[in-house]
Design a protein. Structure first.
Length: 255
């Protein structure tokens, strides 16, 4: 089986793409852009490669996901797309983008009550209906429902992790699993995320996302992001991507 390209050339260069049956963990602090990057990869796989993608959105509704995808595809500010505050030509661009996206094999499932076992059942059905299913995205790990006490939280996350990893292996489809970093020392000199910040370190591939401008308003790296890739604890390298906050999208960085 061949690896699935993310559609971002430098990211694919250092990672080799997403491996069928493996889990890639995409992690960052809040409001850095992990959902945006995951949707960008989903868009690239579905539209550019013509492969089916399943998006399990536990945070955003299906409508919100479609608004973000439309904004990125049409190159329009997301808040204006969401509110319909568009001129005639812009509205036409938005309609065309939405038409293209609705025709694409992007399967959005936005049930926030879905547990890891339920995701497996839904994923199996999707695979039966779409044999070319080539990517599963889960946004995000820490939002998976956790019965029991807060003290059980770590064990529940570990259980969900194992179930999702088993699902990816069973279906032989790569899974892009998003994770939010909460354990973080704001006082340290280098604010880039580290493997030690993660809730789990068992991923086959780990992608750590960082945007310097979030922490340093006058950063010289404004409008860009860093993705550092690790495979089973071994650093693969760091790539840079362009980031458009208004249109909520990442792109290859022109050098």
């Amino acid at each position: 089986m061949v690896n699935i390209p993310t559609g971002f050339s430098e990211l694919d260069r250092i990672t080799g793409g997403l491996v069928p049956g493996e889990v890639a963990l995409l992690a960052s602090r809040p409001a850095i852009g992990k959902s945006t990057l995951a949707l960008g990869i989903s868009r690239n796989v579905a539209l550019d490669q013509g492969r089916a993608v399943a998006v399990f959105s536990l945070e955003m509704s299906g409508g919100e996901v479609m608004d973000r995808l439309t904004s990125a595809e049409a190159g329009l500010e997301c808040w204006r797309v969401r509110r319909g505050a568009l001129g005639h030509d812009e509205a036409a661009r938005a309609r065309e983008a939405r038409k293209t996206l609705k025709a694409a094999p992007i399967l959005i499932h936005d049930d926030a009550s879905l547990g890891a076992a339920d995701m497996r059942a839904v994923a199996i059905r999707m695979k039966q209906e779409h044999p070319d299913l080539s990517l599963m995205v889960v946004d995000y790990l820490e939002l998976i429902p956790t019965p029991g006490t807060p003290e059980d939280r770590r064990d529940v996350i570990a259980d969900a992790w194992q179930r999702l990893k088993a699902t990816a292996h069973e279906l032989q489809v790569p899974m892009l699993l998003l994770s939010q970093i909460h354990r973080f020392d704001e006082g340290r000199a280098d604010l880039r995320p580290r493997l030690s910040d993660l809730n789990t370190t068992e991923a086959d591939l780990t992608l750590l996302l960082y945007r310097d401008e979030v922490y340093h308003r006058e950063s010289l790296d404004g409008g860009t992001a860093e993705v550092t890739a690790w495979r089973e604890g071994v650093a693969l390298g760091t790539c840079r991507l362009a980031f458009d906050e208004d249109c909520v999208r990442f792109a290859d960085l022109d050098i």
